[in-house]
Design a protein. Structure first.
Length: 368
């Protein structure tokens, strides 16, 4: 057991042109009921008034450390923060989000009530474009192996780095850092951590408020072209798979079973890539496509989830208005014979009757 008051928590906040929300974010950190914290803010080359705002906080708050650098992206900003952390645990907050007042205190309680904690995870709630709770496994303690199995059984998804507090020694002792992918850098970092985690504490507590509007504002990287996005997605997924397989070997987990599931679950993104002739990683995509039975099983499960999800109605509206990523994914789902009825007919029939303009348009898109 660790004495609660001796645990220092480092909070890393990367920001790029965040003048609109950065004050709300910082104020939420300064109002934490637990005071033994340091706030490391990395200004990643902002060109708005962000720097002026940060200077005011620097002058009056000793717990705030500001690092200024040229614009290099989210990963580089977070890595700059990791180099200077002093706390026993470190967590990350995006500059347009905020923490509830007792968030850090709840994390510290979880750490002090257990021994040799490698990672603490908790829940977030989105706001700004409809409320939604992102759930963890609830109140649960995992061994490293059990946590890896839980991750694998949930299609390899490790989630973002927010809503997680990492034991700093795990990061520093194993020289872990954020890879500079243009997408999914969080997932890559979390996957790299997996084989080094001994004890994980999961909380049902909701303490992180995630702003859903202005989706890209928290990113320190300027918006990049669609081609670069998909190329980076493929590269990132391939890298995560290599890390997952390495972790499975270390933890002595059935590699083949979960590798196939991973390939199948990644199919959705990369089928879009291949069909649009944007980027070809044939070896990776072919391995995904070869598991057709498993693929159809996973897609069927996704179809059931989609039917129950109210957001599907909004996604289909996007198809009607413009070709969004999820719209293209649903289009490709409709090309799989056994899934046509499950997704297209059921959902269109439920929300978009044939006699409506939108219903007619969507049926034309899907060849109905």
């Amino acid at each position: 057991m660790i004495k609660k008051e001796t645990i220092k928590i480092s909070i890393i906040v990367p920001v790029y042109n965040g003048e609109k929300y950065i004050q709300e974010c910082i104020d939420s950190l300064l109002k934490q009921t637990y005071n033994n914290i340091e706030i490391i803010i990395i200004d990643d080359g902002s060109t708005d008034s962000t720097n002026t705002i940060l200077k005011k906080y620097e002058e009056c708050e000793s717990r705030i450390v500001v690092i200024r650098q040229e614009n290099q992206g989210t990963s580089a900003a977070r890595n700059a923060g990791l180099k200077v952390v002093q706390g026993e645990f470190v967590t990350f907050v995006d500059s347009d989000d905020y923490l509830l007042p007792d968030c850090i205190e709840r994390i510290v309680e979880a750490i002090s009530n257990s021994s040799q904690v490698s990672l603490v995870i908790w829940n977030s709630k989105t706001f700004g474009d409809g409320d939604e709770i992102c759930s963890t496994a609830g109140d649960h303690n995992f061994t490293g192996r059990d946590y890896l199995k839980y991750i694998l059984e949930n299609r390899g998804g490790t989630g973002g780095v927010c809503c997680k507090a990492y034991n700093t020694s795990v990061i520093k002792d194993n020289h872990l850092k954020f890879h500079e992918f243009k997408t999914a850098e969080d997932g890559h970092f979390n996957t790299a951590c997996l084989k080094y985690l001994d004890s994980i504490v999961s909380l049902s507590y909701i303490g992180y408020m995630y702003r859903k509007e202005d989706y890209y504002i928290h990113s320190t990287t300027k918006f990049f072209k669609r081609k670069d996005f998909f190329k980076s997605s493929v590269e990132s997924a391939a890298a995560r798979l290599a890390l997952l397989r390495d972790a499975m070997q270390v933890m002595k987990i059935n590699e083949k079973k979960y590798t196939e599931l991973y390939y199948a679950s990644e199919y959705y993104t990369f089928q879009v890539v291949k069909d649009e002739n944007i980027f070809h990683n044939d070896n990776f995509i072919d391995k995904i496509k070869c598991n057709k039975l498993l693929l159809e099983k996973v897609v069927t499960l996704r179809a059931i989830e989609i039917q129950k999800n109210i957001w599907c109605k909004k996604w289909l509206c996007y198809i009607y208005k413009k070709k969004s990523g999820i719209g293209l994914m649903l289009w490709h789902f409709s090309q799989i014979h056994n899934i046509k009825v499950a997704i297209v007919n059921t959902i269109l029939g439920k929300w978009f009757p044939k006699n409506t303009t939108r219903g007619k348009t969507l049926r034309k898109i899907f060849g109905r």
